[in-house]
Design a protein around this ligand. Structure first.
Ligand code: SF4
Length: 385
């Protein structure tokens, strides 16, 4: 069977090289070619012995999921739809800012958690992504952007595991992918600039703290269990007190001294002054009086099946004021890529069920997608600057 080398972290690649009768250090060379230089053809890897290149060509490949479509927003955000087979597709979104480039990465095709305000949750769960399908999103995006921006240095400085899926329910591939992101022979991202976002899988939060502590964001969305049970069904398994206690334990290992709480603002559901006051009381009851969390308020992106509405701008401002008055750093997320359905909670918003995804993939395959390397670089460069 042909091995996809995007499935390996450095340790795995070293074991693979040993199986081929090669020294382990060859793995480092190979790893750099793949991840630092974006090489997919062994024949391009000029400092590897010809015998090794030939051996690899016979048993290995470097293949990211094929790109079905690319959408470029007026604000420079780019969304890619990747085909992961069997009628499933996942999305990654690149968000350029003045001081950073962030890639939002998917971890599962669909999601089993089923949060009410999330279009991915409404789509249902298909399957976990492999390492090559997770890291393949970064590999493709980084090297695509470098080519089209004519840059040799790193374009993507931050990764947020906030795309489709609950990352901690695809634990082992997630951790292996994080190791590749952090590895100095690959992307060399700082732990502080890689964020795992979870709806609150408590046992896996504890494991991540030991296995690969990166920045942690928790989708909170409610100040009490009754409301959170309704919005984030996983709360029935891991209620708020358990979740916040896990956050405290995580902080001991975390690269940052705070946890980010994501809070989707839903009109009349979780956005009143009473909800804000209850939230302050909830977080102040943990952390022994120190400041240990930040809030990110997210304007809801409505979709018909949710039956929910976006909070008014004045409600968001008033809510934020209650939190900041209590000394909690609070930001309101800027919506990016609204015009291409790339804003938070909109991923797969137009592919609401798997049948629809399958039909769309079939349709797009039949019209044969234009290779992305033919997209005019000047167009992208202009928009991304
Ligand atoms: S918000 Fe996250 S955990 Fe909840 S359904 Fe959507 S993808 Fe899954």
């Amino acid at each position: 069977m042909t091995a996809n080398l995007l499935d390996y972290d450095l340790e795995g690649l070293a074991a693979f090289c040993e199986q081929l009768g090669e020294k382990r250090f060859r793995a480092t060379q190979l790893f750099r070619w793949i991840h630092q230089r974006g090489a997919a053809r062994f024949s391009d890897m000029s400092d590897l012995a010809r015998s090794l290149r030939e051996k690899l060509a016979g048993c290995a490949e470097v293949v990211a999921p094929p790109v079905l479509s690319q959408h470029l927003s007026g604000d420079g955000t780019i969304k890619w739809l990747f085909d992961v087979g069997d009628g499933n597709a996942v999305e990654a979104v690149f968000i350029p800012e003045d001081d950073r480039g962030t890639l939002c990465v998917s971890s599962q095709a669909g999601c089993a958690v089923g949060c009410r305000f999330c279009s991915t949750g409404h789509q249902g769960f298909s399957r976990n992504l492999r390492v090559s399908e997770i890291i393949g999103q970064l590999w493709f995006a980084e090297h695509f952007l470098r080519r089209h921006l004519a840059r040799s240095d790193r374009v993507i400085s931050n990764v947020v595991m906030m795309g489709m899926g609950e990352p901690l329910q695809n634990y082992q591939p997630l951790v292996q992918s994080l190791r590749v992101m952090l590895d100095d022979h690959a992307y060399g991202l700082s732990r502080r600039r890689v964020t795992v976002s979870t709806s609150g899988v408590v046992p896996k939060i504890d494991r991540l703290a030991l296995d690969c502590p990166v920045a942690l964001a928790v989708s909170l969305h409610a100040p009490n269990d009754m409301l959170r049970d309704n919005l984030v069904p996983l709360n029935r398994t891991y209620p708020l007190q358990e979740l916040l206690a896990a956050c405290q334990r995580y902080l001991v290992h975390a690269p940052r001294d705070f946890i980010t709480f994501e809070y989707c603002m839903l009109d009349g559901v979780n956005d009143t002054a009473e909800h804000a006051a209850a939230l302050v009381a909830l977080v102040q009851a943990h952390g022994g009086g120190r400041t240990w969390c930040k809030f990110n308020l997210i304007p809801f992106n409505p979709f018909p099946a949710s039956g929910l509405l976006r909070s008014s701008a004045s409600a968001v401002v008033a809510f934020a004021r209650v939190l900041t008055d209590a000394g909690i750093v609070t930001t309101v997320r800027k919506t990016r890529g609204d015009d291409i359905d790339a804003a938070c909670g909109q991923l797969a918003g137009d592919v609401m069920d798997r049948t629809a995804v399958g039909k769309r993939i079939a349709k797009q395959r039949s019209i044969s997608i234009t290779p992305l390397r033919t997209v005019p670089g000047a167009h992208l460069t202009g928009d991304l600057k």
